[in-house]
Design a protein around this ligand. Sequence first.
Ligand code: BGC
Length: 466
Amino acid sequence: MTALSRQQWYLGWISIVAALGGLLFGYDTGVISGAILFIRHQFTLSVLQTEFVVSAVLMGAFVGALSSGRLADSLGRRFLIIVTALLFIVGSLLSAFTPSIPLLIFARFIVGLAIGIAAFVAPLYVAEIAPQQYRGRLVALNQLAVTMGIVGSYLIDYQFADAANWRMMLGLGVVPALILLVGMLFLPKSPRWLVLNGYVSKARQVLLKLRDKSQVEAELNAIEKSVEPKKESGALFNKRLRPVLFIGIGLAFFQQATGINTIIYYAPIIFKTAGFHHASAAILATLGLGLVNVLATVIAIPLIDKVGRRPLLLLGMTGMLVSLFLLAAGFAMPNLVTHLRWLTFASLLIYIVGFAIGLGPMAWLVIAEIFPLRVRGEGMSVASASNWGCNLLVAMTFLTLLNFMGTATTFLLYGLVTILGIAFVYFYLPETKNVSLETIEANIEAGKPMRELGESLPVVGNLLTD
Ligand code: BGC
């Protein structure tokens, strides 16, 4: 193994600090599953109030994602991450000290705003700082942090359950938020955002810290070229950019509509239905799933820039498909399946591994890569708002679907969506491995088909060598 260079250490450090946004995303979406039991009890909440407390974060995330795209383009990626850190701090403290339910809902909404912004601005920032050959793995650290945040929240919930201390559960998010705030103050601005806003010499200074000196001018030229005023590419909704929007929204849709959060949010209920009768066994099994999510993401990360986005997505989604059909079959024929609970456990494991090597990291990575620099923040904001919208929809309909259609048909439905998702990736998704953001942008300008947006340009080769 060769020793890491100073630049590589610095890149790693930047990506880890920015990934604290992902950690908070995972923590704050996961923590409520345990906390709600005690909040409900203490305030004797109605079903409707409970639903509001639980879904306030998702609503906030939707609003945060939708409203901040332009801000990411005008105020900058780093600035916006600092704002999210402040929102996380205020929201967590308010949740911990709230005297009333309306204020708790408001506080969780604020945390949601922060999640919605951080979930896309952190990958965006890292994608713009990373060199093309490591971009996949550095951006995917954010997804690893999400999975660690989820497991962390389960453990904290478990730790404070005996004392019924839901305030501590919700409040502890303040710790990573403070580290994120302080850490970001010392990190550089995105060189691509700097060029976009006319600060070319500052961008050069940043690149000099991140790359070998010999590479800086070529990369800077390529970035400058990509922001030259062009005919049509100014607005996100113009015709040229429709295919890219289609890819971004499609990935967001399939990441959520294939059902990941029915498992992340409701696994204990699924396990109970399958025959893990004791709540503690169901919770333990859920913790197991969370850990497998982390481990499989660790395994996927080094492969993203080697094997590529498409093969991993296709493999992962096929695993999810097999698992969903196994679940559907198991629940449809419980008499034939003597060990339904173990079949369920094994299927969910396959499902989680499939998600962790495919849609988990890739949905956030690819949307950070495909939009042209001028509208990158705005484009990601639309794609990630679609992600949160679908997340909310799936979370709110899952239990109703179980009641009306039964467990087997519900999983069959997610399986059918997964088939569509595989076809979507196969036919439309470009391979963006080891290609510069500027090459992707030039391909969009040249009107190339979606599937070919990651291919090197025929004449100039890679823009960096142009
Ligand atoms: C998704 C979340 C999901 C998490 C699970 C993220 O990429 O956006 O909705 O809960 O992965 O690991």
